[in-house]
Design a protein around this ligand. Structure first.
Ligand code: SF4
Length: 266
């Protein structure tokens, strides 16, 4: 089944494309979901309580990285949040010298014929650990990707930091590792670390993959639905065509002028 549209993704100076990990994951998962979210920029409200633990722990870890006191903030915080923070902050990776915390990057990326593309993301922490530069991602609720060595998050963040080592004041000769630090206080040990060594070959491979997938996306004019929906929480199920019986009855939004109604084919 395919959703047809005449609105491709065309980055311009006024409307550049900021490429994120989530977009790349959405493209891999479902081209139609990518179309709704990235091309049409459709969003929906999410339940903020789902993010309470992660947001609070990341904020505390950021204060910790900057040498700010956190003791006075403990009053009133939920025991679950404190338990996760206390477990993380005792790990050697959290005690390593900090290069940057909550580091947002914007890195221009060249795709032939499309000059207005920027890679973007926010990295939880950069540290000097075991003689190499550590790119650290605290996992406080969402799972570590099962293919973490080749996941888009590992690739995109590593590629950006590799290119920005000079700007960060890090010597290019220093090695680099990506660390997913997964904390769950209902198991032993509470903290598990997943490590990926990053080298020039990995970065070259990543650059090639990024060029390949971005070129493919920019050439896309039909956004195919998968044979089965891969995301049971996706709110576009009412409009994408995967459920034909609800699609016609409950449109959540209209397509932009000139696009016309999506047409579905099997
Ligand atoms: S509901 Fe499923 S098939 Fe439809 S856009 Fe979302 S992820 Fe894709």
């Amino acid at each position: 089944m395919t959703i047809k549209t005449v609105q491709p993704l065309i980055p311009t100076a006024e409307n550049p494309w900021f490429v994120s990990v989530n977009q790349l994951k959405e493209w891999d998962k479902c081209h139609a979901q990518f179309y709704y979210k990235t091309v049409l920029k459709q969003r929906w409200l999410s339940d903020e309580s789902n993010f309470e633990l992660g947001k609070a722990v990341h904020a505390l870890m950021d204060l910790n990285a900057k040498g700010m006191p956190t003791k006075h903030l403990r009053v009133g915080l939920k025991p679950n949040i404190l338990a996760h923070f206390d477990a993380l902050v005792e790990h050697p990776l959290a005690k390593a010298p900090v290069v940057a915390s909550e580091y947002a990057f914007y890195l221009p990326f060249q795709v032939e014929g499309f000059p207005h593309i920027t890679l973007t993301g926010r990295i939880d922490r950069l540290s000097l650990y075991n003689g190499t530069l550590a790119i650290i991602d605290w996992k406080t609720g969402t799972a570590v990707p099962h293919d973490y060595a080749t996941a888009w998050q590992t690739r995109l963040y590593s590629y950006a930091i590799w290119q920005m080592r000079n700007a960060l004041g890090v010597e290019a000769s220093l090695g680099m590792h990506f660390y997913y630090v997964d904390v769950r206080t209902n198991r032993q040990p509470a903290v598990k670390v997943y490590t990926v060594a990053i080298d020039a070959d990995y970065i070259a491979e990543t650059e090639g993959l990024l060029k390949q997938v971005l070129t493919r996306i920019l050439a896309e004019k039909r956004f195919a639905l998968p044979s089965a929906c891969p995301d049971k929480y996706c709110r576009f199920s009412q409009v994408c065509g995967i459920n034909p019986e609800t699609t016609a009855q409950l449109p959540l939004f209209g397509l932009p002028q000139g696009v016309g109604k999506p047409c579905y084919s099997v």
